[in-house]
Design a protein around this ligand. Structure first.
Ligand code: GLU
Length: 610
């Protein structure tokens, strides 16, 4: 979601900025812009709606030169998707800014600024940052001080970079609520909302902390904390190897990532389990002692990660005898909640920058949770840095907006956590053995299940003219049905709802007709007979069903029901295995509908605004 790149160098920085934007492009956005300033004071600015290529095509020798510059991909929160609303925003032909986040009090600031004679020319909240900094410049004595004074006036979230047309020797950056990372070069320095953007120019990074304001020149980086005191922040060497342009021969990143699942799940298990159980210390230093005391788990997440958390709850209560609540981060953070004794706060996020989840973690620290653990895919992320314990999912860079391998590796992590907590809370030897053997077989089961792709591709044809669909599951397959529905709506734009199948008769049965396909997830577990009754309820009302079922579940295809047999697997790993055909179904339906699979409309990866 929304990308920032900035650079200050002796060389022309335009290509560094554009490449940085391209490397963030996969996250989804609606418009892009760049402002460039040369050492001789020449300034140019280009903004376009649409893709970075549109912006790059609009840049030529005349407007494409600068030794310092700022660039942005926008995911509109305030004001429509227009060139005029695209960043950078400029005040009085002098101060240019790019911004990620939301300035919540922008209306009040606008009134204040209008009274001071500033004209408001865009519909964005961001414009008020530029004018506020400009208005404070004369009295503050320096650009740094003007930004430090300005941020005191902002409510909400920002990662922002400020450039003064009269001073090509520095950029000022500020962070509160939206991530920013400084990239260190030799005689040149950089700034971005994600290190990915800067990997072609540096591997050395400084992560700004909440409330930090920094002054970046070619040779120096000076950082001040929220109280204006100079602070040192550590330099981190990144060993990430990420070629954002590589689809590995697949048509879409999403398909590539679906097929990477056997490998990344295997990587995630390697060195973490052996024949008799978990390798000690896999949740980090000191974690074993902390986890031994846990009596309750509060899970906080959004979107797909929330579905992983819901699945984890079934496992933790069923096998580990640990009570567990799961809540959407944006709800949790704005309500009063009760903290149980010896509670673990467990956050889940692919990017580790999900704004609501991060805010919930910060809130939880004040509420008195015993400890926090995050299950995350990005080692350098805020969630990993701010949690007591971190478990890395090792899924590798996920580029497709619709999460696939991040989800299945999160689920794998939760089976490990189930064993870790269960061992201290009376888990039966049989359950432990069942989960362990399931985990050992998981990579090959995933591989086997992906061979269903051809038949699912054929099946997808039947969805191309549908506008609505219903997903059903029971027990730990209910969150899998929810995840299947989310995938379908995200990338094929078909309205999809998921229900715990026992809920059918409490409302959704009213919707059933031949125009509304019903997708059923039916492994061979103790709830099978109950599920079969629910299937009959749908059949009796003329519904058309697509049933993903274990062969031994004895479903038979007929004129109202298509059965797709999923490879037989043990109960513990079934939610992971049954996720795969649903991912493939949504992918192939999207392909038939011709949507932008990797960057679906209106959505973005790494949701850094609340
Ligand atoms: N709130 C700002 C806008 O709508 C910034 C959005 C973003 O983070 O891209 O322009």
């Amino acid at each position: 979601m929304c990308g920032i790149v900035g650079a200050i160098a002796e060389r022309n920085v335009v290509e560094i900025l554009l490449e940085g934007l391209r490397r963030l492009e996969y996250r989804g956005y609606d418009s892009a812009g760049v402002a460039l300033l040369s050492n001789n004071g020449d300034y140019s600015q280009v903004r376009r709606t649409g893709k970075v290529n549109e912006l790059a095509n609009a840049i030529d020798a005349k407007n494409g030169m600068g030794n310092v510059g700022i660039a942005h991909t926008r995911w509109a929160t305030h004001g429509g998707v227009t060139e005029n609303n695209a960043h950078p925003h400029v005040s009085k032909d002098r101060i240019s800014v790019v911004h990620n986040g939301i300035i919540e009090n922008y209306q009040a600031l606008r009134e204040e600024l209008k009274a001071q004679g500033y004209s408001i020319d865009t519909d964005t909240d961001t414009e008020t940052i530029a004018h506020t900094v400009h208005s404070l410049l004369a009295t503050s004595g320096s650009l740094l001080a003007a930004v430090q004074n300005a941020v005191k006036k902002f409510h909400g979230a920002y990662g922002t970079v400020v450039m003064d047309r009269e001073d090509p020797s520095r950029l000022i950056v500020a962070r509160s609520g939206s991530p920013l990372v400084i990239g260190l070069g030799i005689g040149e320095n950089f700034i971005a909302s994600d290190q990915m953007a800067l990997l072609p120019v540096t591997r050395r990074f400084i992560y700004l902390e909440e409330g930090d304001v920094a002054e970046i020149t070619r040779r120096e980086v000076k950082i001040y904390d929220a109280y204006g005191q100079p602070v040192e922040r550590g330099v981190v060497e990144s060993n990430i190897n990420h070629d954002a342009g590589d689809k590995g021969g697949y048509r879409h990143y999403m398909l590539k990532e679906i097929y990477e699942q056997p490998t990344v799940v295997r990587n995630g298990l390697q060195g973490r389990i052996n024949d008799s159980g978990l390798v000690s210390g896999i949740f980090g230093e000191g974690a074993d002692e902390l986890l031994a005391k846990v009596k309750h788990v509060q899970i906080i997440a959004c979107g797909t990660s929330y579905h992983a958390g819901m699945t984890a709850r079934y496992w933790l209560e069923q096998y580990a005898n640990v009570s567990c609540n799961v809540e959407i981060a944006s709800e949790f953070r704005y309500r009063k909640s009760v903290v149980h004794p010896n509670s673990l706060l467990l956050t889940i996020s692919q990017s580790g920058e999900t704004a609501d989840t991060l805010a919930a973690l910060r809130l939880a620290k004040e509420l008195g949770y015993m400890a926090s653990l995050t299950v995350c895919n990005v080692e350098s992320s805020s969630l990993v840095r701010e949690s007591d314990m971190a478990f890395m999912t090792k899924a590798g860079a996920e580029i497709g907006v619709a999460s696939t391998k991040a989800f299945t590796t999160q689920l794998t992590a939760f089976l490990l956590l189930t064993i870790a907590l269960g061992e201290k809370n009376g888990m039966s030897a049989a359950d432990k053995e069942m989960i362990l053997s399931g985990l050992h077989s998981l990579p090959s089961k995933i591989e086997e299940t992906l061979t269903l792709a051809k038949s699912i591709e054929v099946l997808a044809e039947e969805f191309s003219d549908k506008n609505h669909s219903l997903f059903l599951g029971r027990g730990e397959q209910y969150p899998i049905a929810m995840e299947g529905a989310l995938k379908l709506k995200e990338i094929s734009y078909i309205h999809a709802e998921a229900y715990a199948s026992g809920e059918l008769k409490h409302g959704p049965l009213a919707l059933i007709d031949e125009k509304m396909p019903v997708i059923v997830v039916a492994p061979n577990n103790e709830l099978l007979e109950k599920l079969k009754s629910n299937v009959e309820e749908v059949r009796a009302r003329g519904g058309i069903m697509y049933v993903f079922a274990d062969k031994n579940a004895n479903f038979k295809s007929d004129e109202t029901m298509r059965v797709i047999n999923v490879p037989n697997c043990n109960e513990a790993i079934a939610p992971i295995v049954y996720t795969l055909p649903l991912q493939l179904l949504s992918y192939y339906v999207a392909l038939i509908k011709g949507t932008d699979v990797d960057q679906p409309r209106n959505l973005a990866k790494s949701v850094t605004v609340e």
